[in-house]
Design a protein around this ligand. Sequence first.
Ligand code: URP
Ligand code: ZN
Ligand code: ZN
Length: 465
Amino acid sequence: MRTLIKNGTVVTASDTFAADVWIDGGKIAALAAPGTVPGNADETIDAKGQYVIPGGIDCHTHMELPFGGTTASDDFDTGTVAAAHGGTTTIVDFAIQSKGSSMRAGLDAWHAKAEGKAAIDYGFHMIMTEANPQTLAEMSDMIREGVTSFKMFMAYPGVFLVDDQQIFRAMLRAGELGALITMHAEIGLPIDVLVQRALSEGHTAPVYHALTRPEVAEATGTERAIALAEMAKVPVYMVHLSAERALRRVMEARDRGLPAYAETCPQYLFCSEDDLRGEPGNEWKGAGYVCTPPLRPAHHHDHLWRGLRDYDLQVVATDHCPFCMKDQKELGKGDFSKIPNGMPGVETRLHLLYEGVTQGKINMNRFVEITSTAPAKLFGMYGKKGTLAVGADADVVVWDPNKAKRLDKANLHMRVDYSPFEGHTVPGSPSHVLSRGDLVVKDDQWVGKQRQGRGQFIRRATFGL
Ligand code: URP
Ligand code: ZN
Ligand code: ZN
Protein backbone atom coordinates (compact mmCIF):
# COMPACT_ATOMS: atom_id res chain seq x y z
CA MET A 1 0.00 0.00 0.00
CA ARG A 2 1.47 3.35 -1.07
CA THR A 3 0.09 6.65 0.17
CA LEU A 4 1.00 10.18 -0.81
CA ILE A 5 0.24 13.09 1.51
CA LYS A 6 0.73 16.13 -0.67
CA ASN A 7 0.77 19.92 -0.33
CA GLY A 8 1.02 19.93 3.46
CA THR A 9 3.34 21.72 5.88
CA VAL A 10 5.44 19.14 7.67
CA VAL A 11 6.18 19.97 11.30
CA THR A 12 8.69 18.07 13.41
CA ALA A 13 10.13 18.97 16.80
CA SER A 14 12.86 20.93 15.04
CA ASP A 15 11.63 21.98 11.58
CA THR A 16 8.70 23.30 9.61
CA PHE A 17 8.78 22.89 5.83
CA ALA A 18 6.62 22.30 2.78
CA ALA A 19 6.93 18.67 1.71
CA ASP A 20 5.08 15.73 0.31
CA VAL A 21 5.18 12.58 2.41
CA TRP A 22 5.50 9.26 0.59
CA ILE A 23 4.47 6.18 2.53
CA ASP A 24 5.21 2.65 1.44
CA GLY A 25 4.64 -0.57 3.36
CA GLY A 26 3.66 1.22 6.57
CA LYS A 27 6.88 3.26 6.71
CA ILE A 28 7.82 6.73 5.59
CA ALA A 29 9.70 6.21 2.33
CA ALA A 30 10.41 9.82 1.35
CA LEU A 31 9.91 13.44 2.31
CA ALA A 32 10.19 15.39 -0.90
CA ALA A 33 9.76 18.87 -2.31
CA PRO A 34 6.10 19.38 -3.20
CA GLY A 35 5.14 17.75 -6.49
CA THR A 36 8.38 15.80 -6.92
CA VAL A 37 7.49 12.34 -5.57
CA PRO A 38 7.64 9.88 -8.46
CA GLY A 39 5.38 6.84 -8.71
CA ASN A 40 1.68 6.17 -8.35
CA ALA A 41 0.04 6.18 -4.98
CA ASP A 42 -2.82 3.84 -4.09
CA GLU A 43 -4.22 6.67 -1.99
CA THR A 44 -3.56 10.41 -2.11
CA ILE A 45 -4.40 12.82 0.71
CA ASP A 46 -4.41 16.51 -0.13
CA ALA A 47 -3.12 18.35 2.96
CA LYS A 48 -3.22 21.85 1.48
CA GLY A 49 -3.47 24.42 4.24
CA GLN A 50 -2.88 21.74 6.88
CA TYR A 51 -0.03 20.56 9.10
CA VAL A 52 1.46 17.09 8.72
CA ILE A 53 2.81 15.94 12.08
CA PRO A 54 4.00 12.71 13.73
CA GLY A 55 1.25 10.76 15.46
CA GLY A 56 0.83 11.62 19.11
CA ILE A 57 2.35 9.40 21.78
CA ASP A 58 0.49 9.28 25.08
CA CYS A 59 2.94 7.70 27.50
CA HIS A 60 0.55 7.65 30.48
CA THR A 61 -2.75 5.78 30.14
CA HIS A 62 -4.71 3.34 32.30
CA MET A 63 -6.99 1.20 30.16
CA GLU A 64 -9.16 -1.18 32.19
CA LEU A 65 -7.30 -0.30 35.38
CA PRO A 66 -8.81 -1.89 38.50
CA PHE A 67 -8.83 0.98 40.98
CA GLY A 68 -10.86 2.25 43.92
CA GLY A 69 -13.24 -0.72 43.88
CA THR A 70 -14.06 -0.44 40.19
CA THR A 71 -12.33 -0.56 36.80
CA ALA A 72 -11.41 2.29 34.44
CA SER A 73 -14.16 2.37 31.85
CA ASP A 74 -12.12 2.33 28.63
CA ASP A 75 -10.56 -0.91 27.53
CA PHE A 76 -7.81 -1.28 24.92
CA ASP A 77 -10.41 -1.28 22.14
CA THR A 78 -12.48 1.78 23.05
CA GLY A 79 -9.55 3.67 24.54
CA THR A 80 -7.22 3.27 21.57
CA VAL A 81 -9.96 4.08 19.05
CA ALA A 82 -10.69 7.25 21.01
CA ALA A 83 -6.96 8.03 21.10
CA ALA A 84 -6.75 7.72 17.30
CA HIS A 85 -9.70 10.08 16.84
CA GLY A 86 -7.68 12.67 18.74
CA GLY A 87 -4.48 12.14 16.73
CA THR A 88 -2.69 9.80 19.14
CA THR A 89 -1.26 6.72 17.44
CA THR A 90 0.74 5.16 20.30
CA ILE A 91 0.02 4.71 23.98
CA VAL A 92 2.14 3.42 26.83
CA ASP A 93 -0.10 1.90 29.49
CA PHE A 94 0.76 0.72 33.00
CA ALA A 95 0.83 -2.99 33.80
CA ILE A 96 0.75 -3.79 37.52
CA GLN A 97 2.88 -6.07 39.64
CA SER A 98 0.41 -6.70 42.47
CA LYS A 99 1.67 -7.13 46.02
CA GLY A 100 2.69 -10.74 46.61
CA SER A 101 2.68 -11.50 42.89
CA SER A 102 5.25 -11.37 40.11
CA MET A 103 5.90 -8.86 37.38
CA ARG A 104 5.56 -11.69 34.89
CA ALA A 105 1.96 -12.25 36.04
CA GLY A 106 1.27 -8.53 35.79
CA LEU A 107 2.74 -8.31 32.31
CA ASP A 108 0.82 -11.39 31.12
CA ALA A 109 -2.40 -9.87 32.47
CA TRP A 110 -1.83 -6.62 30.57
CA HIS A 111 -0.92 -8.44 27.36
CA ALA A 112 -4.19 -10.35 27.71
CA LYS A 113 -6.12 -7.08 28.06
CA ALA A 114 -4.47 -5.47 25.01
CA GLU A 115 -3.85 -8.28 22.55
CA GLY A 116 -6.59 -8.66 19.97
CA LYS A 117 -8.14 -5.41 21.18
CA ALA A 118 -5.83 -2.44 20.71
CA ALA A 119 -6.44 -0.51 17.51
CA ILE A 120 -3.14 1.43 17.63
CA ASP A 121 0.34 0.49 18.82
CA TYR A 122 1.02 0.22 22.52
CA GLY A 123 3.75 -0.39 25.04
CA PHE A 124 3.75 -1.01 28.78
CA HIS A 125 5.44 0.45 31.81
CA MET A 126 5.44 -1.78 34.90
CA ILE A 127 4.06 -0.54 38.23
CA MET A 128 6.23 -1.95 41.03
CA THR A 129 4.37 -2.36 44.30
CA GLU A 130 7.36 -4.08 45.92
CA ALA A 131 11.10 -4.03 45.43
CA ASN A 132 12.08 -7.33 47.02
CA PRO A 133 14.83 -9.68 45.77
CA GLN A 134 12.41 -11.44 43.43
CA THR A 135 10.95 -8.30 41.84
CA LEU A 136 14.39 -6.68 41.57
CA ALA A 137 15.62 -9.77 39.74
CA GLU A 138 12.57 -9.72 37.50
CA MET A 139 13.32 -6.20 36.29
CA SER A 140 15.82 -7.64 33.80
CA ASP A 141 13.16 -10.03 32.44
CA MET A 142 10.90 -7.03 31.85
CA ILE A 143 13.66 -5.21 29.97
CA ARG A 144 14.10 -8.25 27.73
CA GLU A 145 10.35 -8.10 27.06
CA GLY A 146 10.61 -4.46 26.00
CA VAL A 147 9.17 -3.05 29.22
CA THR A 148 11.96 -0.66 30.08
CA SER A 149 10.35 1.77 32.52
CA PHE A 150 8.86 1.25 35.96
CA LYS A 151 6.47 3.33 38.00
CA MET A 152 6.70 3.58 41.78
CA PHE A 153 4.33 5.34 44.15
CA MET A 154 4.96 7.44 47.23
CA ALA A 155 1.15 7.75 47.49
CA TYR A 156 -1.78 5.37 48.08
CA PRO A 157 -0.68 3.62 51.35
CA GLY A 158 -1.69 -0.03 51.44
CA VAL A 159 -2.23 -0.18 47.70
CA PHE A 160 0.73 1.07 45.70
CA LEU A 161 2.95 2.94 48.20
CA VAL A 162 6.55 1.76 48.49
CA ASP A 163 9.03 3.10 51.03
CA ASP A 164 12.20 5.04 50.24
CA GLN A 165 14.45 2.04 50.76
CA GLN A 166 12.54 0.03 48.16
CA ILE A 167 12.52 2.97 45.77
CA PHE A 168 16.25 3.35 46.22
CA ARG A 169 16.92 -0.34 45.62
CA ALA A 170 14.82 -0.24 42.45
CA MET A 171 16.70 2.85 41.28
CA LEU A 172 20.06 1.17 41.80
CA ARG A 173 18.86 -1.84 39.83
CA ALA A 174 17.44 0.44 37.11
CA GLY A 175 20.87 2.04 36.84
CA GLU A 176 22.46 -1.36 36.21
CA LEU A 177 19.86 -2.23 33.57
CA GLY A 178 19.36 1.10 31.79
CA ALA A 179 15.75 1.29 32.94
CA LEU A 180 13.89 4.49 33.79
CA ILE A 181 12.09 4.86 37.12
CA THR A 182 8.99 7.03 36.95
CA MET A 183 7.51 8.40 40.14
CA HIS A 184 4.13 9.28 41.58
CA ALA A 185 5.53 11.82 44.00
CA GLU A 186 3.01 12.72 46.67
CA ILE A 187 3.78 11.75 50.25
CA GLY A 188 0.83 9.51 50.93
CA LEU A 189 1.08 8.79 54.65
CA PRO A 190 0.42 12.34 55.93
CA ILE A 191 -2.15 12.81 53.16
CA ASP A 192 -4.10 9.88 54.59
CA VAL A 193 -4.14 11.59 57.99
CA LEU A 194 -5.55 14.76 56.43
CA VAL A 195 -8.19 12.70 54.64
CA GLN A 196 -9.26 10.95 57.85
CA ARG A 197 -9.39 14.26 59.72
CA ALA A 198 -11.50 15.92 57.01
CA LEU A 199 -13.95 13.02 57.01
CA SER A 200 -14.20 13.00 60.80
CA GLU A 201 -15.07 16.72 60.64
CA GLY A 202 -17.91 15.90 58.23
CA HIS A 203 -16.26 17.15 55.03
CA THR A 204 -17.36 14.77 52.32
CA ALA A 205 -17.58 16.85 49.09
CA PRO A 206 -15.28 16.23 46.09
CA VAL A 207 -13.30 19.42 46.65
CA TYR A 208 -11.83 17.90 49.83
CA HIS A 209 -9.86 15.61 47.57
CA ALA A 210 -7.75 18.67 46.71
CA LEU A 211 -7.84 20.26 50.14
CA THR A 212 -6.35 17.12 51.72
CA ARG A 213 -3.59 16.72 49.13
CA PRO A 214 -1.73 20.03 49.38
CA GLU A 215 0.86 21.21 46.92
CA VAL A 216 3.62 20.79 49.50
CA ALA A 217 2.94 17.04 49.61
CA GLU A 218 3.79 16.82 45.92
CA ALA A 219 6.75 19.20 46.11
CA THR A 220 8.25 17.20 48.99
CA GLY A 221 7.70 13.90 47.17
CA THR A 222 9.32 15.36 44.08
CA GLU A 223 12.33 16.59 46.02
CA ARG A 224 12.69 13.22 47.74
CA ALA A 225 12.43 11.25 44.52
CA ILE A 226 15.07 13.44 42.90
CA ALA A 227 17.34 13.09 45.97
CA LEU A 228 17.05 9.30 45.81
CA ALA A 229 17.80 9.33 42.08
CA GLU A 230 20.80 11.59 42.65
CA MET A 231 22.14 9.19 45.30
CA ALA A 232 21.58 6.25 42.96
CA LYS A 233 23.07 8.23 40.04
CA VAL A 234 20.12 7.47 37.77
CA PRO A 235 17.62 9.47 35.77
CA VAL A 236 14.13 9.91 37.16
CA TYR A 237 10.85 10.92 35.51
CA MET A 238 8.06 12.56 37.46
CA VAL A 239 4.62 11.56 36.19
CA HIS A 240 1.60 13.90 36.22
CA LEU A 241 3.30 16.94 37.78
CA SER A 242 0.55 19.36 38.74
CA ALA A 243 1.92 22.38 40.56
CA GLU A 244 4.44 25.19 40.73
CA ARG A 245 6.45 24.08 43.75
CA ALA A 246 6.98 20.57 42.41
CA LEU A 247 8.06 22.12 39.12
CA ARG A 248 10.59 24.27 40.98
CA ARG A 249 12.11 21.15 42.53
CA VAL A 250 12.55 19.70 39.02
CA MET A 251 14.04 22.96 37.74
CA GLU A 252 16.53 23.12 40.61
CA ALA A 253 17.63 19.56 39.85
CA ARG A 254 17.96 20.24 36.13
CA ASP A 255 19.90 23.43 36.84
CA ARG A 256 22.36 21.26 38.76
CA GLY A 257 22.67 19.06 35.68
CA LEU A 258 20.71 16.12 37.05
CA PRO A 259 18.75 13.97 34.58
CA ALA A 260 15.37 14.80 36.14
CA TYR A 261 12.41 14.80 33.75
CA ALA A 262 8.75 15.57 34.21
CA GLU A 263 5.42 15.33 32.46
CA THR A 264 2.29 17.30 33.09
CA CYS A 265 -1.23 16.60 31.80
CA PRO A 266 -3.88 18.71 30.07
CA GLN A 267 -6.11 18.70 33.17
CA TYR A 268 -3.40 20.59 35.09
CA LEU A 269 -3.14 23.15 32.28
CA PHE A 270 -6.86 23.67 31.65
CA CYS A 271 -8.83 22.68 34.77
CA SER A 272 -8.59 23.93 38.34
CA GLU A 273 -9.70 23.43 41.92
CA ASP A 274 -12.80 25.46 40.98
CA ASP A 275 -13.94 22.56 38.76
CA LEU A 276 -13.67 20.29 41.80
CA ARG A 277 -16.03 22.58 43.70
CA GLY A 278 -18.78 21.72 41.21
CA GLU A 279 -21.64 24.17 40.77
CA PRO A 280 -23.86 26.02 43.24
CA GLY A 281 -26.41 23.42 44.31
CA ASN A 282 -24.46 20.64 42.58
CA GLU A 283 -21.11 20.24 44.26
CA TRP A 284 -21.17 16.56 43.29
CA LYS A 285 -20.34 17.59 39.70
CA GLY A 286 -16.80 18.09 40.99
CA ALA A 287 -16.41 14.30 41.23
CA GLY A 288 -15.77 14.24 37.49
CA TYR A 289 -12.59 16.22 38.16
CA VAL A 290 -11.17 14.02 40.92
CA CYS A 291 -7.73 12.88 39.86
CA THR A 292 -4.43 12.51 41.67
CA PRO A 293 -2.49 14.72 42.19
CA PRO A 294 -5.54 16.95 42.46
CA LEU A 295 -6.40 19.93 40.31
CA ARG A 296 -4.75 23.05 41.67
CA PRO A 297 -5.83 26.70 41.85
CA ALA A 298 -5.73 28.27 38.37
CA HIS A 299 -2.60 30.35 38.98
CA HIS A 300 -0.54 27.17 38.51
CA HIS A 301 -1.46 27.04 34.82
CA ASP A 302 0.93 29.82 33.82
CA HIS A 303 3.83 28.17 35.63
CA LEU A 304 3.23 24.87 33.87
CA TRP A 305 2.94 26.51 30.43
CA ARG A 306 6.16 28.38 31.12
CA GLY A 307 7.77 25.10 32.15
CA LEU A 308 6.72 23.53 28.87
CA ARG A 309 8.03 26.48 26.87
CA ASP A 310 11.37 26.57 28.68
CA TYR A 311 12.07 22.81 28.62
CA ASP A 312 11.66 22.39 32.39
CA LEU A 313 8.77 20.04 31.58
CA GLN A 314 9.41 17.56 28.79
CA VAL A 315 6.12 15.80 28.09
CA VAL A 316 2.36 16.25 28.15
CA ALA A 317 0.65 12.87 28.68
CA THR A 318 -2.92 12.35 29.81
CA ASP A 319 -3.05 9.95 32.77
CA HIS A 320 -6.23 8.81 30.99
CA CYS A 321 -8.14 6.92 33.69
CA PRO A 322 -11.87 7.40 33.06
CA PHE A 323 -14.67 6.48 35.42
CA CYS A 324 -18.34 7.11 34.65
CA MET A 325 -20.24 9.47 36.94
CA LYS A 326 -22.99 6.87 37.20
CA ASP A 327 -22.12 3.87 39.36
CA GLN A 328 -18.36 4.56 39.35
CA LYS A 329 -17.71 8.11 40.63
CA GLU A 330 -20.92 7.56 42.62
CA LEU A 331 -19.01 5.12 44.84
CA GLY A 332 -17.75 8.25 46.58
CA LYS A 333 -21.06 10.02 47.12
CA GLY A 334 -20.93 10.99 50.78
CA ASP A 335 -17.18 10.23 51.07
CA PHE A 336 -14.79 12.02 48.71
CA SER A 337 -12.01 9.52 49.53
CA LYS A 338 -14.01 6.77 47.82
CA ILE A 339 -14.39 8.62 44.50
CA PRO A 340 -12.28 6.63 42.02
CA ASN A 341 -9.34 8.82 41.02
CA GLY A 342 -8.94 9.67 37.37
CA MET A 343 -10.21 11.63 34.40
CA PRO A 344 -10.74 10.89 30.72
CA GLY A 345 -8.31 12.56 28.31
CA VAL A 346 -6.67 10.27 25.76
CA GLU A 347 -8.78 11.75 22.94
CA THR A 348 -8.55 15.46 23.75
CA ARG A 349 -4.84 15.98 24.50
CA LEU A 350 -3.78 17.26 21.08
CA HIS A 351 -6.90 19.39 20.73
CA LEU A 352 -6.27 21.16 24.01
CA LEU A 353 -2.56 21.66 23.45
CA TYR A 354 -3.16 22.99 19.96
CA GLU A 355 -5.38 25.60 21.58
CA GLY A 356 -2.24 26.52 23.54
CA VAL A 357 -0.44 26.95 20.20
CA THR A 358 -3.12 29.29 18.89
CA GLN A 359 -2.89 31.29 22.14
CA GLY A 360 0.88 31.69 21.70
CA LYS A 361 1.73 29.58 24.77
CA ILE A 362 3.90 27.15 22.79
CA ASN A 363 4.85 27.01 19.13
CA MET A 364 4.01 24.27 16.67
CA ASN A 365 7.42 22.56 16.92
CA ARG A 366 7.21 22.43 20.70
CA PHE A 367 3.66 21.06 20.37
CA VAL A 368 5.06 18.17 18.32
CA GLU A 369 7.95 17.70 20.71
CA ILE A 370 5.95 17.45 23.94
CA THR A 371 3.17 15.30 22.46
CA SER A 372 5.29 12.89 20.40
CA THR A 373 9.05 13.33 20.02
CA ALA A 374 10.06 13.70 23.67
CA PRO A 375 8.03 10.72 24.93
CA ALA A 376 9.47 8.64 22.07
CA LYS A 377 13.00 9.59 23.10
CA LEU A 378 12.49 9.17 26.84
CA PHE A 379 10.75 5.82 26.50
CA GLY A 380 12.90 4.09 23.91
CA MET A 381 10.80 4.41 20.76
CA TYR A 382 12.51 7.23 18.87
CA GLY A 383 13.28 6.57 15.22
CA LYS A 384 10.40 4.12 14.92
CA LYS A 385 7.98 6.58 16.51
CA GLY A 386 7.98 10.27 17.38
CA THR A 387 9.11 11.91 14.17
CA LEU A 388 8.57 12.11 10.43
CA ALA A 389 11.72 10.71 8.86
CA VAL A 390 12.59 8.13 6.23
CA GLY A 391 12.32 4.68 7.78
CA ALA A 392 10.06 5.69 10.65
CA ASP A 393 6.64 4.09 11.13
CA ALA A 394 4.11 6.06 9.10
CA ASP A 395 2.17 7.23 12.14
CA VAL A 396 1.03 10.52 10.69
CA VAL A 397 -1.61 13.09 11.54
CA VAL A 398 -2.89 15.65 9.08
CA TRP A 399 -3.98 18.46 11.35
CA ASP A 400 -6.49 20.94 10.00
CA PRO A 401 -6.06 24.29 11.78
CA ASN A 402 -9.32 25.56 10.28
CA LYS A 403 -11.53 22.86 11.71
CA ALA A 404 -12.94 23.56 15.17
CA LYS A 405 -14.18 20.96 17.63
CA ARG A 406 -16.51 21.19 20.58
CA LEU A 407 -15.26 18.82 23.25
CA ASP A 408 -18.69 17.59 24.31
CA LYS A 409 -19.29 14.03 25.35
CA ALA A 410 -21.51 13.59 22.29
CA ASN A 411 -18.58 14.43 19.98
CA LEU A 412 -16.05 12.15 21.66
CA HIS A 413 -15.38 8.42 21.61
CA MET A 414 -14.05 7.66 25.08
CA ARG A 415 -16.31 5.18 26.93
CA VAL A 416 -17.32 7.48 29.74
CA ASP A 417 -20.58 9.30 30.46
CA TYR A 418 -19.28 12.88 30.73
CA SER A 419 -16.70 15.24 29.26
CA PRO A 420 -14.67 17.48 31.58
CA PHE A 421 -14.67 20.01 28.72
CA GLU A 422 -18.38 20.04 27.87
CA GLY A 423 -19.20 23.23 25.97
CA HIS A 424 -15.54 24.05 25.28
CA THR A 425 -14.75 24.59 21.59
CA VAL A 426 -11.15 24.35 20.45
CA PRO A 427 -9.58 25.38 17.15
CA GLY A 428 -8.01 22.65 15.01
CA SER A 429 -8.71 18.95 14.56
CA PRO A 430 -7.16 16.02 12.71
CA SER A 431 -8.58 15.49 9.22
CA HIS A 432 -6.63 12.24 8.67
CA VAL A 433 -4.88 9.89 11.08
CA LEU A 434 -2.59 7.13 9.81
CA SER A 435 -1.22 4.32 11.92
CA ARG A 436 1.71 2.46 10.27
CA GLY A 437 0.47 3.73 6.92
CA ASP A 438 -3.16 2.66 7.37
CA LEU A 439 -5.68 5.47 7.23
CA VAL A 440 -7.65 4.80 10.42
CA VAL A 441 -9.54 8.05 11.05
CA LYS A 442 -10.87 10.44 8.43
CA ASP A 443 -12.96 13.48 9.31
CA ASP A 444 -13.83 12.09 12.72
CA GLN A 445 -14.89 8.66 11.43
CA TRP A 446 -13.09 5.38 12.04
CA VAL A 447 -12.24 4.18 8.51
CA GLY A 448 -9.61 1.56 9.32
CA LYS A 449 -10.27 -1.79 7.64
CA GLN A 450 -9.42 -3.50 10.91
CA ARG A 451 -10.03 -2.17 14.38
CA GLN A 452 -9.63 -4.62 17.25
CA GLY A 453 -6.20 -6.18 17.23
CA ARG A 454 -4.56 -4.05 14.55
CA GLY A 455 -2.36 -2.38 17.19
CA GLN A 456 1.03 -3.98 17.81
CA PHE A 457 2.96 -4.28 21.05
CA ILE A 458 6.11 -2.14 21.02
CA ARG A 459 9.23 -3.57 22.59
CA ARG A 460 10.92 -0.44 23.81
CA ALA A 461 14.66 0.15 24.07
CA THR A 462 16.40 1.02 27.33
CA PHE A 463 16.91 4.62 28.40
CA GLY A 464 19.21 6.26 25.89
CA LEU A 465 19.35 10.00 26.60
O1 URP B 1 -6.02 9.97 39.31
C1 URP B 1 -5.19 9.24 38.80
N1 URP B 1 -4.04 9.74 38.48
N2 URP B 1 -5.48 7.94 38.57
C2 URP B 1 -4.61 6.99 38.04
C3 URP B 1 -3.58 6.48 38.98
C4 URP B 1 -2.33 7.31 39.00
O2 URP B 1 -1.87 7.68 40.07
O3 URP B 1 -1.76 7.57 37.95
ZN1 ZN C 1 0.12 8.28 39.60
ZN1 ZN D 1 -1.60 7.42 36.12
